[in-house]
Unconditional design. Structure first.
Length: 78
């Protein structure tokens, strides 16, 4: 039985131009925005970004670039 494995980088590339939530290594802060670009180091460029603290909406940040080594999770907005 052969199964195909999807690499995490390919999954993130498939989310370009989608709305995502990114959790970073900092006090339960998350960012929600539209993924515009990602590179091989998982550095990401978000537009229309909103900061989420806990589960509450925080500041509107606009354009944000997050360095890949600061990211804990990336998930699509459903």
């Amino acid at each position: 039985m052969a199964t195909s494995i999807v690499l995490p980088i390919k999954k993130v590339f498939s989310l370009v131009d989608s709305r995502i939530i990114v959790e970073i290594k900092d006090e339960e802060r998350k960012f929600q925005g539209r993924l515009m670009a990602v590179d091989e180091y998982l550095n990401i460029h978000l537009e229309e970004t909103v900061e989420l603290v806990g589960n509450e909406r925080g500041r509107n940040l606009g354009t944000v670039v997050i360095r890949g080594n600061n990211i804990l999770t990336i998930s699509p907005v459903i």
